[in-house]
Unconditional design. Sequence first.
Length: 716
Amino acid sequence: MSLDYNLNNLNEAQRDAVCNLSKNCLVIAGAGSGKTRVLIQRILWLIEDNDYSPFSILAVTFTNKAAREIKTRLSENIDNNIDSMWVGTFHGICYRILRANYEKANLVKNFQIIDSDDQVRIIKRIMKDNEIDNSQVIPKQVAWYINKKKDQSIRSNKTKNDDFINIQYNKIYKIYEEYCNNSGLVDFGEIILRTLELLKNNDEIRAYYHRLFKSILIDEFQDTNTIQYDLIKILTSTETSIFAVGDDDQSIYGWRGAKVENIKKLQKDFKNTNVFRLEQNYRSSGNILNAANSIIINNNSRMGKNLWTEDKSGDLIKIFSASDEIDEAAFVVETIEQHISENYKRSEVAILYRSNAQSRIFEEKFVSKGIPYKIYGGFRFFERAEIKDVIAYMRLATSNDDDNSFERIVNTPPRGIGEKTKNLLREFSKEKEISLFKSIPLALEESILSKKAGESLSKFCNLINIISSILEKDDLPHQINEIIKVSNIKSIYEKNKTEQSRSKLENLDELISAAQEFINTDLDQNETIIDAFLTHTSLESGEGQGNEWDECIQLMTLHSSKGLEFPIVFLVGLEENLFPSRMSIEEDNLEEERRLCYVGITRARKKLYISHAQMRRQYGTENYCMPSRFLNEIPEEVIEEIGYNPKKIFKKENSMVYKNIRNENSIMGKRVLHKKFGEGVVISTEGSDSNTRVQVSFDNSGCKWLILAIANLEII
């Protein structure tokens, strides 16, 4: 028996879920309740106690990171070759099926995966070639349309077009499908759709996978979309058991097509599904869980559960009311500095926000104070331009029909091939019905290009042929090193001595290291190591590389924070129309916003700070803000309102002067100083106690209404 396989290390609810004999199981796993442990222990239980072959189990995750974690943990307990186990993302699993059955899926042997940037570039070229006006039809929106249709299993010949824009979108979709088929390219949506169609249309292949998979486990089930759910259904035979783990309260990707209703659909489609709830939380303190439970209970469409912990209540949740976003950022940064002085690590602190735009003011504060920080979810390694350039050289050398890669690198680094030459070549290749690269010898033969352009393209052809020969010998790291040398890509950045150029040169060196780590990867049937590496770069695009938790403050959107945890969390911008967002209010989608708030709160382990601003600058104007409705849903007994003492209002000679704010006459007509607006006179008041507002006529800034308790006015 494996070292880590010990059911005694599970709590009763976890053990019941892992060891249940039901054919179909749905595990509702609350935040921090140990769902990954349950998933791994279930796999080990099937292998150790039920004699399942490790290769008869399919485990589907939503990120490569999660797949790697499961494989790593399993490798410590299973003697078999873990790399050959069916553990991976939906895209990774489908790619593996397509690679093994490429002919029956109507694909070429060395088909290539394109990412979202490549997809948009192809759409732009299609629009230009077909004279489609891009003032009305935006390429990125066309890509979104195509991806959405594929997620709904809808081909271009099955769409219903009811307006001019959709007719244009579908015209491009149809040409795009033909282009990808002719070029041996598949986008991310195509990987799953092509697999689903293969299984639907081929009884023999479907029967093979039905016999192969005795148990299918799905992580983050609440994030499945329509086509992913259909794929799970078609892979499941009458003999296959289903083990789905998810949390309806953490379904926050509706905008990306995720269907939280799939949780209830599973119970309907798979009869006698046994439901288990994991409610004991091992992450957060009692007060944090109390707040999370009290907020999420206001959602109506949920399975229902209540998180609890054996730990103490812990610190109260601190709620800070800031005068504006600058005040908010100052409070957050100063509090972080205090915690760092208490020996907390910077990497143990996260700032979570609803909108990416909110990060700017925090970044400015960190820069001015010299505090290192990281935007979690910025450009990833395989998405960086210099890396994609090297990959494009490899792709074109591997498949001369890859027009997309040709377009990217034909003049990178610059070799005198301008837009005029490209247009001539595009028209010529279209007329001859061959790829751009293959059209070069014919174009030279027929002298359609200038002498200078012809010489440049001829040299480019020779370069690609040299790279093709490089890819036929030696190991992958050496091949990539040679490609970087012969392509002269480093010359773009070596001339520039900036930090950015240095970083790009380091990235090119790191690509060689990435290849070094890849060389021991097991290959699938009909796959070369070059094919595998190129696929790896596409599938990993969008997943962070390297050490993501350097010793710096972590800034991220609430959506990016899912699956992470930190000892200290700042949840900022809790204001109506910001969080919940204006769109969610207008579209009556408050339940998903509330789930997002629940996710944010449950990222915190020990300390949680929530802040909101009385006034926030947006789109160049100053807007007065109402506190988020979510704040009213948190029980009073778990919070502590911090900030300026409501009775300590005015600063005079660096000391606080106590005033009774119930006495309006005590402030009427006073001349005051504000740190931003300067000097002015109090001309009106309203409200009482901590809700008192004053109207001040400032000498240079006009009239402003301010919250008296936090305006920090000084009597002069």
